[in-house]
Design a protein around this ligand. Structure first.
Ligand code: ZN
Ligand code: ZN
Length: 133
């Protein structure tokens, strides 16, 4: 079981499983969302994810030109889980308060468009663009 939520406590959520795999996205859209080098997220099946409090307060924003969505708390600005595709949710790793103790970044994506000051460490696989299995 993993749990997380936002700074102000309005929104909280649970995931049925422990988080093991994380993906780091270095694209310009994720950079602007986070204000840092990108985002680190877990991807979980919809069925394993549940909002505990504040689902109706989660704000989402969809990029007008591409398939990119962000989710955040309108009160405190914390990044929150959102729709990854039809079957899965993305969960920003920093929004988790427990259940990700053993997680590691296994893949870095959009490395080809990372910021010049972004130095990637660790042994996660690096992909120039999107993840390809
Ligand atoms: Zn909040
Ligand atoms: Zn990205």
């Amino acid at each position: 079981m993993a749990q997380g939520g936002c700074h102000c406590g309005a929104v909280s959520f649970e995931v049925e499983a422990e988080i093991e795999y994380l993906y780091a996205c270095h694209c310009s859209l994720c950079r602007r969302w986070s204000g840092t080098q990108g985002v680190v997220v877990a991807v979980v099946p919809n069925a394993a994810f549940g909002w505990v409090t504040g689902e109706d307060q989660v704000h989402t924003w969809s990029h007008p030109d591409c398939d990119w969505h962000s989710a955040f708390c309108p009160s405190c600005g914390s990044a929150l889980p959102g729709r990854n595709d039809e079957n899965t949710m993305f969960i920003p790793a920093g929004s988790l308060s427990r259940g990700a103790e053993k997680a590691r970044i296994c893949d870095h994506i959009w490395v080809g468009s990372k910021a010049s000051w972004d130095e990637i460490g660790g042994d996660g696989k690096q992909h120039d663009e999107a993840y390809e299995a």
